[in-house]
Design a protein around this ligand. Sequence first.
Ligand code: NDP
Length: 600
Amino acid sequence: MTSEASGTADIEIDVEALNKRYAEERAKRLRSEANAQYTRLEGKFADFDKDIYADPNFTRAAVDEQLDVLIIGGGFAGLLTAIRLRERGIENFRIIERGADVGGTWYWNRYPGAASDVEGYIYLPMLEELGYLPSQKYSPAPEIHAHCQKLAKHFDLYPKALFQTRVTGDAQWDEESSRWLVTTHRGDKFAARFLISCTGTYDSPKLPNIAGAETFEGHAFHTSRWDYNYTGGNSLGGLDKLGDKVVGVIGTGATAVQCIPHLAASAKHLYVFQRTPSSVDVRNQKKTDPEWAKSLKPGWQWERTKNFTSLTSGEPVTEDLVDDGWTDIARNIGAAVGGDSEGPQDFALSGLKKMEMARRRIDSIVKDKETAEALKPYYAYFCKRPCFHDDYLPVFNQPNVTLVDTKGIGVEQITPKGVVAAGKEYPVDCLVYATGFEFMTEFVKQTGYDLVGRGGRKLSEHWSQGARTLWGIQTSGFPNFFLMALNQSGVGVNYVHMATEQTAHFAYVIDECLKKGIASIEVSKEAQDDWVEKVLAAAEEGGRNAFLDSCTPSHYNHEGKKAESARLNDLYAGGPGDYLKRLEAWRAAGTMPGFHVTPA
Ligand code: NDP
């Protein structure tokens, strides 16, 4: 436990004044365009989406294959699915991936300072199987990407993967053969009994629609396509080509908090254009203690993983094995160890105190009073991703760093020479967009492909008012299709935990079908609708909707938009524990309840 982060009990706050301030700050940021204030990296911004890590001259012969399983996406979820299939002796599968290697998020996000803020001991899957232990508590991006490569090598998945390959057109369900027909931009043709979409949750970068952005004459890129040819250095920093460059960074979210210290260390001058500050708590990075490593007993990683998810989801546990900023938050909202929460009011009060601590931390680090004031977040804890970083706030004491606080308005304009914010033009040589990703929006928009299911019905039509699934993983009318996404699923803080569980579930179902000669399995409309009702009810009853509605705009609440589709595209608020029990119970029944099963 960190001394700074823990123990909010003694903090005195004026609840009424803070709630009033939070509401005022929120009102400044609400925009009628909501998510439409952003654009994808296409059209005049298509160059932003270039894969600068890949060989642009790569070619290969097209393939035409009959498969048991086609997996779209080679990040953690795609890899884990493949591993689970292999463990069950299912060999006839393919992975297609648009990047030039495995890794998904960790293939694309190589920006300096990129790291997981969930500790590596539970974020990197299958450590025991691979006989590997991260060298420090929080793993930097290169270590995570290398772990993905190790998984692929260890389980011999490279021969199964086709890289730099994108799905084109719609994936079609062929009734006669009970197969999904999928084509790619490399001319491949697949006919697969099962189709699994593992395309990630933060894989579609977005830019704000800022007037004049296309006229900028300097160098510009999004953080998830970091151009080291221009900046020098690598994910660990050392951006040695920036010494004579004035750099601007737009955004102060979780990504910006990680890359700004590196930009500040190397740029001649750095302007940080802020619309809303993040809360930044201590990180306490630690080297792995060899004595602790020796003490670990077989099964330790899964035990630790489950302990963390339980604790951070408010489920009672007797000890805190991870003991970091996340679990500290859980303890502070009083819902886990000791379990003395009084419900939503207690949660709100603890959150107010926690945020007050974050503001006090700023005062203790940032010397200039005006800058310190501008860096203070005024919204409820968890309205945005809490950040943990030891080098971010001190950056604002450096003479070569200027915080340009736009007081909730955002950057107004981009000119050929620079950025206009708070009524003033700031000339810059380089502009970094740390402006995030599309999040839990429509499947087709995010993945770039549609599905045509039974009776010619498109998934985009089926979900035109928002997602409709059973457990976020299967949907009626689309047999033999599995989806690894957050929508309507019971994910917690550690995404990799849920990916591990869900991919094992996919493999179980597929194995059962192959063993029992089942041609197709499709969730019934009743089971799907029942889950949709549960998702909606859990968000309402547990206070999630009220909380998100009261939050300052962010990608978590669709930029403040209250729409039915946003409710349906949301996660299941009943908690990961409850969610996983449902999957387990279904498997234990052994009869595939709630599904239409068609024999071969
Ligand atoms: P975010 O969506 O969190 O942040 C985008 C930033 O861009 C915000 O600060 C936003 O301001 C700002 N912005 C948008 N438009 C404008 C504008 N017109 N003018 C000025 N600023 C603007 O994206 P991130 O990439 O930072 O994070 C996305 C997610 O990635 C996180 O929520 C987290 O889940 C994940 N992540 C996880 C990490 C980890 O350690 N595991 C590390 C990094 C990211 P405003 O807040 O006002 O909207």
